[in-house]
Ligand binder design. Structure first.
Ligand code: NAD
Length: 252
C-alpha cells in the first residue's frame, strides 16, 4: 500500500508517553505504526487513533528480541514503504534498591529492554532510513540518563547508554540525511511512575523526582508528547545529537 503521508513508528505505544505521542503524531498527520509488548493496550491506542480519523497499524513485539524488532520494521515498510520518524520509546523501570542490592537478573532485564531494545530498533530502522537517505530517530532517555538518581543504578546506567547510542548514531549519520535525538523526561504521571512510587514507599525512601518537583507536580504525558510533536515536525530540522530535557526544572 502506498501512502503520501509521513510514516511514524512508535514503540511502547500502548501506555503513557508512547500512547499520548502516538495520538498526537496521528493528529499531526502521520500514519502510525504502533509497537508494544502488550497487544490489548497497543490495540486500544490504535482504536483511539482510528476513532479520531487517524490511520495506522499495530504490531506486537518485544523490543529486546531481535526477530521481533526486524518484524515490526518489516511490517512498517511492507505496509507503507518507508519510515520518516521513529520514536524509540519503550522502556521499563527497575525494582528500586541500593546498588549492592540490585540483583544480577534485574540488571540484565533493564539492560535488555532499555539498552538492547533501543539499540536494535535504531539498528534496523537506520538501515531503512539509510536507503531512503532521510529520517529522524527520537530515543526516550530520562533525566536519569544525564545524572544519578537514587536507588536506580541500573535504570540510570541504561538511560546513560541511550544517550550514548543517540550521540554515536547522530555523529555517524549526519551526512546521510538522518537525524538522531533524545528526550529526557523527568517525572511523568504514567503507569511506570506509579509503580516506582509504590516501590519507593515500600523501601521508605522518597526520591527527589517525587518529593521535590520544582513545579509542584509531575508532567502529564501530553506535556511530553507536545515536545515529541515538535521534534517530529520540520521545526526541529537543525537538531541532531540533542539531548532534550523536559523535566519541569528538575535538573536545574
Ligand atoms: P509506561 O509503562 O506507561 O509505558 C511503557 C510501554 O512500553 C508499555 O505500554 C509497555 O507495555 C511497553 N513495553 C515495556 N517493555 C516492552 C518491551 N520489552 N517490548 C515492547 N514494549 C514494551 O511508561 P512511560 O512512563 O510512558 O515510559 C515510556 C518511556 O519513558 C520509557 O522509556 C521510560 O523509561 C521513559 N521515561 C519515563 C519517565 C516517567 O516519569 N514516566 C521519566 C523519564 C523517562
Amino acid at each position: 500500500m502506498s501512502n503520501d503521508k509521513k510514516i511514524a513508528v512508535i514503540t511502547g505505544a500502548g501506555s503513557g508517553i508512547g500512547r499520548a505521542s502516538s495520538i498526537q503524531l496521528a493528529e499531526d498527520g502521520y500514519t502510525v505504526v504502533l509497537v508494544d509488548y502488550n497487544t490489548e493496550s497497543g490495540e486500544e491506542t490504535l482504536r483511539l487513533i482510528k476513532e479520531q480519523g487517524g490511520e495506522g497499524i499495530f504490531v506486537q513485539a518485544d523490543v529486546s528480541k531481535s526477530e521481533d524488532v526486524q518484524n515490526y520494521v518489516n511490517e512498517a515498510v511492507q505496509a507503507y514503504g518507508r519510515i520518516d520518524f521513529f520514536f524509540n520509546n519503550a522502556g521499563i523501570v527497575q525494582k528500586f534498591s541500593m546498588f549492592d542490592d540490585i540483583e544480577e537478573a534485574e540488571f540484565d532485564r533493564i539492560m535488555s529492554v532499555n539498552v538492547k531494545g533501543c539499540f536494535l530498533g535504531m539498528k534496523y530502522v537506520l538501515k531503512v532510513m539509510k536507503d531512503q537517505g532521510s529520517g529522524h530517530i527520537l530515543n526516550t532517555a530520562s533525566t536519569a540518563g544525564i545524572r544519578s538518581e537514587h536507588s536506580a543504578g541500573a535504570y540510570s546506567a541504561s538511560k546513560h547508554a541511550v544517550v550514548g547510542l543517540t550521540k554515536s548514531a547522530a555523529l555517524e549519520y549526519v551526512k546521510k540525511g538522518i537525524r538522531v535525538n533524545a528526550i529526557c523526561p523527568g517525572g511523568v504521571n504514567t503507569a511506570l511512575t506509579q509503580s516506582v512510587a509504590a516501590s519507593f514507599q515500600q523501601g521508605g525512601y522518597v526520591p527527589e523526582e517525587l518529593s521535590n518537583m520544582r513545579m509542584g507536580r509531575p508532567a502529564e504525558s501530553n506535556e511530553i508528547s507536545g515536545v515529541v510533536s515538535f521534534m517530529a515536525s520540520p521545526a526541529s530540522s537543525y537538531m541532531t545529537g540533542s539531548i532534550v530535557t523536559v523535566d519541569g526544572g528538575l535538573t536545574l
